[in-house]
Design a protein around this ligand. Structure first.
Ligand code: AMP
Length: 473
């Protein structure tokens, strides 16, 4: 059935955006911003600048440091810049899908950088193509460009509103014309977008770690449903959309964002550590040592250790220089893919009852190999602790998750997963405990990957999952 195939499709729009309005070193600063947001996307990267009358563009495949150099940056003229990192996927990895997308249309030059995923992009694209639009990429983001180009308003900002009123799903966007920059977050606020200031210039970033690198000051978040317009007339804020319930992605805190960032106004590191502390309260165990699966599991493991008063140590070491591909010897090495990244420290683990903390289990394949490696390093017992609830449902709003069938917790109980992983005990942080950490803001988050309750439905989803509803308040 077509609808089911669409729902099972892998979505690949986990990305970073960065923008500078009104700084003579806009391109260099954007390069640095993208550099610090590399964890949000490694497939491709790009910068578009404006000198007030023309756009300058540089996009490429690969890492920020490999794409840009002094010479390329010197061609990116002007005080205005937006940049983008795109996430690496198993799907199409093509230059035509690199962002920012830059076009010329009836009002002039336009560039767009998008983090998120539009759930009705296929519908809209079919309609636009039937009306004669020609698409040059396979990205949902291009739909927005066509909707802006076809909008009726004379004024650019009104055109953006007209376009965005037609799209549904997740978007944190930066748009650039010759003289204006628009920063906008969808009404649910799925993905983050922060605003800052550097020597009087306005800066925008997916995460505040980008501000830290360039010495900018974090001012506030672009609010869900807010559109911030920076132009020669100054900076203005609009709320042009119907208000919706907040549905900020809780997975940003669990895994995705850098721990030194502030997202959705909250410091990631301390939230992640609290998740580990709550996990220790909810699922204590008698053990000798707490170790983390580095790097993402470290803050939660420290929280677990602090709360349980069990010693933490770096029982597993990550190789930070692992590239995309590695040449495996012809005589295959068992668990080579995981081993090349992670290796247990035998001297710490041998003879111990070990608590291993990781942030999440997706397919369970990595986790299983890690547990086996820890056993081979001499652990007496292995107790797996996960600082988030079981991931049962794919994300349609911009986190790269596999299809439902591949998510181990979609079909197996915790006990079945434990048996598959081969550990003495396995426990996850409950959704309630996790949300308790956010206090009065506990209802501001999307937890669809743990519940299957999607705040914005995919087309056809109501037929497949009649218990779900769209939040339109
Ligand atoms: P596995 O045991 O194969 O399910 O892999 C679990 C590991 O994947 C954990 O260490 C997570 O930190 C990591 N992880 C979680 N979500 C993602 C994601 N969206 N993309 C890449 N890795 C992830």
């Amino acid at each position: 059935m077509k609808v089911e195939q669409d729902l099972e499709r892998k979505f690949n729009d986990q990305c970073a955006v960065f923008g500078v309005y009104g700084h003579p070193e806009a391109a260099n600063l954007t390069y640095l911003g993208l550099y610090s947001l590399q964890h949000r996307g490694q497939e491709s990267s790009g910068i578009v600048t404006s000198d007030g009358s023309s756009h300058f563009i540089e996009v490429g495949m690969g890492l920020v440091q490999d794409i840009f150099n002094q010479e390329k940056l010197s061609h990116l003229h002007g005080d205005l810049a937006i940049g983008h990192n795109r996430y690496s996927t198993t799907g199409e990895s093509l230059l035509k899908n690199a962002q920012p997308l830059a076009v010329d249309y009836s009002l002039g030059s336009l560039a767009i950088a998008h983090n998120g995923n539009l759930v009705n992009a296929v519908e809209l694209r079919n309609r636009l193509e039937a009306d004669g639009s020609i698409f040059r990429s396979t990205m949902d983001t291009e739909v927005i460009i066509h909707l802006i180009a076809r909008a009726e308003s004379k004024n650019f900002v009104s055109r953006v509103v007209e376009a965005l009123l037609q799209v549904r799903g997740a978007y944190s966007l930066l748009l650039l014309t010759e003289q204006e920059m628009v920063a906008v977050r969808d009404p649910h606020g799925f993905r983050p977008l922060a605003m800052g200031n550097l020597d009087g210039a306005h800066v925008f970033a997916s995460e505040t770690c980008a501000f830290d690198l360039i010495g900018a000051k974090y001012v506030r978040d672009v609010e869900p449903g807010e559109m911030v317009v920076a132009s020669p007339q100054g900076i203005k804020s609009y709320f042009p959309f119907q208000k919706k319930n907040r549905a900020q992605c809780v997975f940003e805190f669990i895994y995705f964002a850098r721990p030194d960032s502030t997202v959705f106004g909250q410091p990631v590191y301390s939230i992640r550590k609290r998740m580990g502390m709550e996990l220790a309260k909810e699922h204590p165990v008698d053990a000798d040592l707490v170790i983390a699966v580095p790097d993402s599991g470290v803050p939660a493991a420290l929280g677990y250790a602090e709360e349980s008063r069990i010693k933490f140590d770096m029982g597993m070491i990550r190789n930070h220089y692992v590239g995309r591909t590695f040449i495996e010897p012809s005589q295959q090495i068992r668990h080579f893919g995981v081993k090349i990244k992670l290796n247990p420290v035998r001297g710490l683990i041998e003879g111990k009852r070990v608590v291993v903390v990781d942030d999440s289990i997706v397919r369970g394949t990595t986790c299983r190999k890690i547990i086996e490696m820890i056993r081979l390093a001499g652990a007496k017992e292995v107790h797996m602790r996960i600082s988030s609830p079981p991931t049962t449902s794919p994300c349609y709003y911009g986190i790269d998750t596999p299809t439902k069938g591949e998510l181990i917790a979609s079909s197996k109980s915790v006990e079945e997963i434990r048996k598959y992983l081969g550990c003495e005990t396995l426990a996850y942080l409950s959704r309630d405990r996790m949300l308790d950490i956010f206090g009065k803001n506990r209802d501001d988050f999307c937890t669809a990957c743990f519940t299957g309750n999607y705040p914005v439905l995919m087309p056809g989803m109501d037929m497949l999952q009649p218990n779900l509803f769209e939040t339109v308040t």
